[in-house]
Design a protein around this ligand. Structure first.
Ligand code: ADP
Ligand code: MG
Ligand code: MG
Length: 890
């Protein structure tokens, strides 16, 4: 084997599909196809080592390369019976780029190289088709001048246009050899004009020019951007493949095209693609002519003749080759082909890109046919892509009028009338109308409006803003930070995409893409059974960790169950007061001076909580339910000063001054570090006693109603001192005893804590003395480990990401080295005290695939995430089990 250059063709090759690193994806797969005996035009690939050498040595080519290329060319001449740059039967080649990962269209390609004033005549004679020969020559000059000499293509387009105009032709195909000669003269003159140099006539000079140009294209701005976006290291470099030409532009029996072995949108097992008769590869990409469909099935709409109709024999051959390649690679393939005078040639194959839906269908069907294993099918699906399938989506083939863009904050699509306030959303909802809530930004006051609307659009905020987090939790589509949209609250209008829209006008938001669209668009509904269901079943058979959901409303709990949650890992009790009547009870409690008023408010709250818990327990039918005691600071429940406060005072029949004064007393400079969680419980034990009573009463009633035993898991938030937890646990135990005595039955229950402060992680062994379980609250743990506020961090974290100070937002993917270390430490220390302690995670990270992998390595027992993330977590947990080697069955 040689050093720099690897030949392929005639059923043999010096490399194979395993040599992507050296030969690039294109070169490696051409070698593989040649080995398989498939019809591949022979050629050779200059290895990626040359590219690395080129950049390490001030654009110098390595010693010995020239000799190896010359030898490979001689071999090629022998194989094809043609002569490179000669006047006999001319050998023409393409010079193609190709790196390890495909970078479609990012690097450059030159076709028809080897043509000059003499060989074009030889080609005309040898092919008996002068039009074809001169068309090829002008294509070559045009491409070479663009890619190698750096001329702007508009110069050449003007020349073709003027020749077409003079001759009255409308399509390139109508031009004759003589016309092309005129075009070529024009091209050559243009080159001299622009460069003061003749167009190179020497084939060898052309070849080295093209090789260097392909190497240089590795550093062009397009390629640099693409690599940055896709994390492709510069050091990979590109290979250069030199391949003998085949011609799709030799009249109507010739064509060029692209075929997918499966439909990339639906995953259906059928050929899918397009072709262009009498054309070369770049014509399809350039979009100058509309390609024709490949199969009859595809052609059903529209009147273009399919390849299946026009070339039935070659079509069948293509179909066979496609199946063969797919079976060989065990993956859907995306194949480039050319037909020269009825003969099929393959020019490229690679794994095909596909939609999330297609990916599942293909993986499942391949596993069912035994082409791949079930675990391989599981590995192939990106868990994050599942979420888009769980929400309604806009039908793929409808026209979209985009009037605004923002961040894709919560996936799915929704249509509704524009409303600018939460009150209007609630009112419209009551009247059975669907709305999109459009706000500058949302606050906790907007929860009811968000619930009542189909989707949320905010002008400010990032993907971790209030609107984004809450919408994801609710499974509603949301676009945040649509900065170009302007709201005029007074007029009740918004300005978007140059249009003024009034409240009540209909828009659609696509939260998956972040697009605001005009009008109502048809939707496709999620499909949870079928292939999706099978894949989930396979994942469930593999994964070690359980998956629970964060939910507190009956709707969310039902959704969670439907998506396969095995319990609730976080039920945020404060969110159960998100309704006017309930909020009023809390406010009465906060405002009461003590005595009867306070007891009355507490009794009301208990009744409400009990009813809510009962409903949840019934829905979850004996599955574990983790109830977190009251967490936020009390002042969050008071109305905001101004109109809202006046309204509330009026409704409660009290003086607004009372509320104002109480709000002042409760005011905190830094509420995130304030009187919340267990601190609140210690200041107001009656609140959590009320909650404990409500829980135990509901447990008894749910048990009676469903016949399923409920074992509630009561969770204390924000614990730092072991004595905090002990203090609360003792009180819960007292209440439990009282309820048990009242009912005359035993109740089994667990008391545990969130680990969300560094001190709690450090003291986990001590804390575990009173904790049956730990649940890692990684949102707060991230905030408290870094000392940053999630609600305000967007601005500088984005700057950090942009400047490469961090690779990932720690609120999206757990910071393994820092926050993760606390998790690991707490898990170990907790288990030291209590080997059977249950360990889970309930922060947003519980639904993030990379973080789920981390949880597997720590050995957590479950992850808990928002209901719509449950399938994502089921698959990610299975992949984590596979990756970690923790699966005994695989
Ligand atoms: P890209 O990486 O941008 O897809 P390619 O190297 O695949 O670029 O070249 C683009 C197109 O040029 C191919 O799809 C094919 O149609 C055409 N092409 C490349 N090499 C040859 C060849 N040897 N003979 C005929 N057509 C070719
Ligand atoms: Mg290609
Ligand atoms: Mg918390």
């Amino acid at each position: 084997m040689t050093n720099w250059v690897y030949s392929f063709g005639g059923g043999k090759a010096e490399g194979s599909a395993r040599d992507r690193d050296k030969l690039g994806g294109k070169g490696a797969n051409l070698a593989e196809m040649a080995r398989l005996g498939l019809p591949v035009p022979p050629g050779f690939t200059v290895a990626t080592d040359v590219c690395r050498h080129f950049y390490a040595n001030a654009n110098a080519l390595p010693d010995g390369l020239e000799r190896e290329v010359t030898q490979a060319l001689e071999t090629l001449e022998r194989q094809t019976g043609r002569e490179f740059g000669g006047a006999g039967k001319p050998l023409l080649v393409s010079v193609r780029s190709g790196s390890r990962e495909s970078m479609p269209g990012m690097l450059d390609t030159v076709l028809n190289l080897g043509l000059n004033d003499k060989s074009v005549e030889a080609l005309a004679k040898a092919s008996g088709d002068a039009t074809f020969a001169y068309d090829s020559y002008r294509r070559f000059i045009q491409m070479y001048a663009g890619v190698v000499l750096g001329l702007d293509h508009s110069v050449f387009e003007d020349i073709i246009d003027s020749v077409k105009q003079e001759s009255g032709a409308t399509r390139d195909g109508e031009l004759t050899a003589d016309h092309w000669r005129t075009v070529i003269d024009g091209y050559k003159a243009a080159v001299i004009d622009e460069l003061d140099e003749e167009f190179p006539q020497d084939a060898t000079e052309q070849l080295w020019g093209a090789i260097r140009a392909v190497l240089k294209s590795w550093m062009n701005p397009r390629a640099l951007t693409f690599r940055a976006l896709h994390n492709i290291p510069e050091g990979w470099g590109t290979a250069v493949t030199v391949q003998s030409m085949v011609f799709g532009n030799r009249g109507e029996g010739s064509a060029t095209g692209v075929v997918f072995t499966r439909d990339p949108a639906s995953g259906e097992d059928c050929l899918y693609g397009e072709f262009l008769p009498n054309a070369q590869g770049e014509d399809i990409v350039a979009g100058l002519r509309t390609p024709h469909p490949l199969s009859k099935a595809q052609a059903s709409s529209g009147d273009a003749v399919s390849m299946e109709d026009a070339m039935p024999v070659t079509f069948q051959e293509l179909k066979d080759v496609a199946k063969r390649l797919e079976n060989h690679y065990r993956e859907m393939q995306d194949i480039e082909f050319t037909i020269e005078a009825g003969k099929l040639w393959l020019l490229q194959t690679r794994d095909g890109k596909r939609s999330a839906r297609a990916a599942i269908r293909i993986a499942v069907s391949m596993a069912e046919k035994g082409l791949i294993s079930k675990t391989e099918a599981l590995r192939r699906i990106d868990p994050a892509s599942l979420e888009q399938l769980l929400h309604p989506a806009i039908s793929p083939d409808v026209e979209r009028i985009v009037i605004g863009r923002g961040l894709p904050a919560s996936p799915g699509a929704a249509t509704g009338e524009i409303v600018f306030t939460s009150e209007e959303a609630v009112e419209a909802h009551g009247a059975g109308r669907k709305t999109i809530l459009v706000r500058p930004e949302t606050s906790p006051e907007d929860i009811h409006g968000m619930h009542a609307s189909e989707g949320i659009l905010t002008i400010h905020g990032g993907t971790t803003s209030h609107a984004a987090v809450v919408a994801r939790g609710m499974g509603k589509p949301c676009i945040s930070g649509a900065g170009a949209v302007r709201i005029n609250a007074e007029k009740g209008t918004m300005l978007a995409g140059g249009r003024t829209l009034h409240a009540g006008e209909v828009i659609t938001i696509d939260g998956t893409k972040g697009e605001v669209l005009l009008g109502a668009l048809p939707m496709v509904q999620p499909e949870l059974s079928g292939d999706f269901g099978k894949l989930m079943e396979w994942a469930d058979g593999i994964r070690r960790m359980k998956v629970r959901a964060n939910a507190e409303t009956p709707e969310d709990a039902l959704t969670a169950r439907e998506f396969g949650a095995e319990g609730l890992g976080l039920c945020r009790t404060e969110r159960m007061f998100n309704d006017d009547e309930k909020l009023r009870a809390v406010r009465e409690f906060i405002l009461a001076d003590g005595g009867a008023a306070r007891d009355g408010a507490l009794a009301d709250m208990q009744a409400m909580q009990e009813a809510d818990f009962l409903e949840l327990f019934e829905i979850m039918r004996g599955m574990p339910v983790t109830i977190r005691l009251f967490d936020p600071p009390l002042h969050e429940f008071l109305p905001r000063p101004g109109r809202e406060m006046e309204h509330a005072a009026e409704a409660m029949g009290i003086d607004v001054e009372r509320i104002r004064q109480r709000a002042e007393e409760l005011h905190e400079i830094n509420p995130m570090l304030g009187n919340r969680g267990v601190r609140l419980a210690i200041c107001y034990p009656e609140v959590i006693e009320m909650q404990a009573r409500a829980i135990f009463e509901a447990v008894m009633k749910a048990g009676e109603k469903t016949g399923k035993k409920v074992v509630p898991e009561i969770m204390v938030p924000l614990v730092a001192y072991e004595r905090e937890l002990k203090f609360i646990k003792d009180r819960i135990d007292v209440i439990a005893k009282a309820v048990m005595e009242k009912w005359g039955t035993e109740i089994q229950y667990l008391v545990g804590t969130m680990i969300e402060l560094p001190r709690a992680a450090i003291r986990a062994d001590k804390i575990a003395e009173s904790a049956d379980f730990f649940s890692f609250g990684t949102n707060d743990l991230t905030q408290s480990t870094f000392g940053i506020s999630r609600d305000d961090a967007g601005l500088y974290l984005n700057e950090y990401l942009r400047k490469g100070v961090i690779d990932r937002d720690p609120f999206i993917t757990i910071d393994v080295e820092g926050v993760g270390e606390f998790v690991q430490m707490a898990a170990e220390r907790g288990q030291r005290t209590r080997p059977d302690i249950t360990l889970g995670i309930c922060g947003e990270h519980g639904g993030d695939p990379a973080s789920i992998h981390f949880c597997e390595t720590v050995g957590l027992h479950y992850v808990s995430c928002s209901p719509y993330r449950v399938p994502v977590a089921r698959l990610a947990a299975a992949q984590a089990t596979l990756a970690n080697g923790t699966d005994e069955r695989a």
